[in-house]
Ligand binder design. Structure first.
Ligand SMILES: NC(=O)C[C@H](N)C(=O)O
Length: 515
């Protein structure tokens, strides 16, 4: 009997459509697997077993009645806890929202349900998406399925770990500075940050509104494309939502699997995103992948993006500034918990202060303080204003690069998954993890991370980042699918099929070793 949790969403979809397997069976298999492994992985903050099975039964009934359903109907999905769900708590990993059940679904959650996908539950994350390791979740960290002593990336470590531990074939993430791509990289998954405005953020608990994007997490490029097609499109409820009509990302991914898809593709390697400070094994896999691309007919040139040097600094001014404003809504009155001061009068300011003090964790407080300072009178131009200028320069660097090349490549993260605790006392070290992913958010362009093997020194997954010009998300899928195929042919297997160590019984007997 096929292990249904091991299938890609696309393969599961074939079994569901042909009637060989019911959605109830597929959903039950995933719930059983979650029950078996999630005490160790802790990818989920909430598992919605009963409602998932009810939704699956409804899809099965529709199918039995002859309804023509979308390709992902009946396929289970995990949802990052930053997204509002009307039937499940939505905490964004924070104590301040403990137990909060929103009165409505985020648009992406509604779209996912309408497409017949089966929400399994909500996944863990750094509090309000601030972090690169899930160690800042108020509910304890998620563990990397490849090595339980290591972080799964962040902020969407729960979604990426759920996918790579076979707890769900698909997940939703959000990416402000890398929160989809970096977790995908360190767990051997695929993650895509769409073009800014391509996917609705209505009902996504806002971190930094000029940077946040919702996107797919999966085990294959094609699966991410199928989910992207469900998510993209105009939403009048999100004022930043683009009105463009998007081509089919699934069709774009299929085009990448045609022979010769890489011939003549012009690839830019960003000099500033793959140099000193990167783990040697990460660079080794990156350079090997580039050599394979040249052998497949692609043309590679080095491009320089001098302003990228300032990207992390600009991001950590713009993000805290926007976050300090967005998080002002958590005031003890409208959402979540209320904590009264231990003594003294119950004025609204004092209740608000006591609630925020008890409800926010250390990283959230740090960023609110930084952001409030950066926006204060007298400092605004020096900090926030300068950061916005840097942002424009970064956009120009991208524009110049994309005049010469079709896609830009870099490693998705400077290192493989690090050990718990390694960067907790050093915010700068944590922030520098995002050096590769932040520029795409600042420029609003789409980016993908896909697996490019295991680092020789630690046997842990390494991610390849692909970036394309704004609105050219389809190019990511064509190129990404072609690279995925090239790497599979080289290794003779997919990265995750390697993972007997991810099977329930042997899952945690880490053997290490290179691909
Ligand atoms: N939110 C994100 O995209 C993650 C990023 N590491 C941050 O802490 O801001």
């Amino acid at each position: 009997m096929t292990d249904l949790t091991r299938l890609s969403a696309a393969d599961l979809s074939i079994l569901l459509t042909s009637g060989a397997v019911s959605s109830v069976e597929a959903t039950q298999a995933h719930l059983d697997h979650i029950a078996a492994v999630d005490t160790d992985v802790h990818a989920f903050l909430h598992v919605a077993g009963a409602s998932a099975l009810a939704a699956a039964a409804a899809v099965d009934a529709q199918r039995a009645a002859g309804a023509v359903l979308g390709p992902l109907a009946g396929v289970p999905i995990a949802i990052k806890d930053v997204l509002a769900t009307r039937d499940m708590p939505s905490t964004a990993g924070s104590k301040i929202l403990e137990g909060w059940i929103p009165p409505y679904d985020a648009t992406v959650v509604r779209l996912v349900r309408e497409a017949g996908l089966i929400p399994l539950g909500k996944t863990n994350m750094d509090e309000f998406a601030m972090g690169s390791s899930t160690e800042f979740s108020a509910y304890g960290p998620t563990h990397n399925p490849w090595d339980l002593d290591r972080i799964p990336g962040g902020s969407g470590g729960g979604s990426a770990a759920a996918v790579s531990a076979f707890e769900a074939p698909l997940a939703l993430g959000s990416d402000t500075g890398g929160s989809i791509r970096q977790p995908a990289a360190v767990t051997g998954s695929v993650g895509v940050k769409p073009t800014y405005g391509g996917v609705s953020r209505y009902g996504a608990i806002a971190l930094a509104s000029s940077l946040d994007q919702v996107g797919p997490v999966s085990r294959t490029v094609y699966d991410a494309a199928l989910l992207h097609d469900v998510l993209s499109g105009h939403d009048p409820l999100d004022s930043t939502s683009l009105t463009d009509r998007w081509p089919s990302m699934a069709a774009a991914a299929i085009a990448g699997r045609v022979d010769g898809a890489l011939t003549g593709v012009r690839i830019g390697v960003v000099k500033e995103l793959s140099g000193p400070g990167f783990q040697p094994g990460v660079l080794q896999r990156f350079n090997e992948t580039l050599a394979m691309l040249v052998a497949a007919g692609a043309e590679i040139e080095e491009v320089s993006a001098p302003s990228f040097e300032y990207a992390v600094a600009a991001y950590y001014l713009i993000l805290p500034a926007e976050a300090s404003s967005n998080l002002a809504r958590f005031d003890s009155v409208r959402f979540g918990i209320r904590v009264d001061p231990e003594e003294g009068p119950l004025t609204s300011e004092r209740v608000m202060a006591a609630t925020r003090d008890a409800g926010f964790g250390p990283e959230v407080k740090r960023r609110i303080i930084l952001g409030t300072y950066a926006l204060s009178a007298g400092y605004y131009d020096a900090y926030y204003g300068s950061a916005q200028k840097v942002r424009t320069l970064i956009q120009r660097d991208f524009d110049a690069a994309f005049e010469k090349v079709d896609v830009l490549l870099s490693p998705s993260a400077p290192t493989t998954a690090f050990k718990f605790g390694e960067k907790m006392d050093d915010p700068m070290a944590m922030y520098l993890n995002d050096v590769t992913t932040i520029p795409a958010n600042l420029a609003g362009i789409p980016g993908m991370s896909l697996p490019m093997g295991l680092a020789p020194e630690d046997g842990l997954p390494v991610g390849l980042q692909v970036m394309a010009p704004a609105k050219q998300d389809a190019r990511l899928y064509t190129f990404g699918a072609a690279v995925e195929q090239l790497l599979e042919a080289h290794w003779g297997h997919t990265l995750l099929s390697l993972a007997p160590k991810l099977a329930p019984t042997e899952m945690f007997a880490s053997e290490g070793g290179a691909v």
